[in-house]
Design a protein around this ligand. Structure first.
Ligand code: ZN
Length: 421
């Protein structure tokens, strides 16, 4: 396996998966003819037993409510930093994730468990953060020179609160995750809401709203509506090579048969109501490239072909997006801060405006020479939860990592902070 600098926050386990198909384990929905008790039966919203969805209101945070007050809450202008935390899918079953196989350390490095995620949500809520969508933070306008440019929006948020973006990388439900303690896919439950479906360590089918980062946040916002005064949830950063959201909607070089295409079209139809319900309830989507490719290293031709594939197979389902999340945190052309190289220019020409990497703070900078914004995100995960006192301080505005990390279930590996007294 190639060696990759740790700071690039590479998901080694993801990058080592060249293709989704072949001999990789496949999702249960691909196992053969569908069975009557399959969750597939429960996710078509037209079914008669499906209740009317609860109304869900989404507000624009760039507009001050009439009189500056909504629902008895006073809104004030915010031009300060908009913090940004990103997660990978969360570990539902630590005993499968941390069983000592070759994925254990990678999962320990780059993921948090359900319990840790719950504690992080509670902590950022307690510390006065409220969710905003990344798509509302910047806008494209026409400059005095007639050229389009990005501007930072003034947000109008509840007095005393601080805005926070959540994004979730690789919410594709890759085959390796299915055997390593993650949920298998999103479905629509009998209540019309987003649930996860998967299998517990004993192999029993489990439908739940408590085991997957997405329904967990939905539930948290239901219980704490003031955590999301605009209805925003998170931005889902999707690749395409294993399909999306647990549905195998991808083309495969190795299998161009009519059977595969028919199966793929079925998966595309099956994921549409999930996407619609996510969008209706405040979730948005961004690209993580089709093949999880390294934008610092690939040629322009490779990036062009990959982008086209993403637009064809993922964009065609989730709709247009201006957000691009760099796989491995790797910056196009090797540097997007001091230069605007041919790959960055190409990606911008395809509609991307917000280019997100990974860093030690919620840095952002509006590009002067092209209509685009670059930004960094912080990453709650094993690497930072185990981090030094310095790392602890980067996150202390959100939580104290020593209160979050669950050393009882994680592998026996080093922690680098000073214990609490
Ligand atoms: Zn990724």
């Amino acid at each position: 396996m190639r060696r990759i600098p740790a700071l690039l926050l590479t998901l080694l386990l993801l990058s080592s998966l060249a293709a989704c198909g072949g001999h990789a384990p496949t999702a249960p929905e691909n196992d053969g003819p569908s069975q009557p008790e399959s969750p597939d039966q429960a996710k078509v919203p037209e079914e008669p037993e499906m209740p009317e969805p609860e109304p869900y209101v989404i507000y624009d945070p760039t507009v001050l409510p009439e009189g500056g007050v909504r629902d008895g809450v006073t809104y004030t202008a915010w031009d300060g930093i908009v913090e940004h935390l990103f997660f990978h899918p969360v570990v539902a079953y630590p005993e499968l994730a941390f069983d000592g196989d070759r994925q254990s350390d990678g999962i320990d490095d780059y993921m948090v468990t359900v319990d840790e995620y719950n504690k992080i949500l509670q902590s950022v809520y307690d510390k006065g953060y409220i969710l905003v969508d990344i798509g509302d933070v910047w806008s494209e306008v026409t400059g005095e020179d007639g050229q389009p440019k990005m501007v930072r929006n003034t947000l109008y948020i509840p007095e005393g609160k601080k805005p926070l973006i959540f994004s979730y990388d690789d919410t594709n439900y890759y085959p390796y995750m299915l055997e390593n303690g993650f949920t298998y896919k999103l479905i629509i439950g009998e209540d019309g809401k987003i649930w996860s479906w998967g299998k517990d360590p004993a192999g029993n089918e489990v439908t739940s709203r408590d085991l997957d980062a997405i329904p967990i946040l939905d539930k948290f916002v239901e219980e704490h509506p003031d955590f999301s005064p605009f209805g925003a949830k998170g931005s889902l950063s999707l690749t395409g090579y294993c399909g999306i959201l647990g549905y195998r909607t991808m083309t495969e070089k190795e299998d161009q048969s009519a059977e595969h295409e028919a199966k793929r079209q079925k998966e595309r139809e099956a994921v549409k109501p999930i996407i619609a319900e996510l969008k209706r309830t405040g979730w948005t989507f961004g690209s993580h490239t089709w093949g999880h490719i390294n934008l610092a290293k690939k040629s322009l031709e490779v990036v062009q072909a990959d982008t086209q594939k993403w637009l064809d197979e993922v964009g065609s389902l989730v709709g247009p997006t201006t957000i691009l999340y760099y796989p491995h945190g790797a910056r196009p052309d090797g540097d997007d801060v001091r230069q605007t190289g041919p790959i960055f220019q190409y990606l911008q020409s395809q509609g991307f405006r917000v280019f997100a990497s990974v860093g030690i703070e919620s840095y952002s900078s509006i590009k002067k020479d092209i209509c685009a914004v670059i930004c960094d995100r912080l990453h709650p995960d094993g690497t930072t939860l185990r981090g030094s006192d310095k790392v602890l301080s980067w996150y202390e505005q959100f939580y104290d990592a020593r209160d979050i990390i669950d050393l009882d279930v994680r592998p026996q590996r080093e922690v680098r902070w000073t214990p609490k007294h």
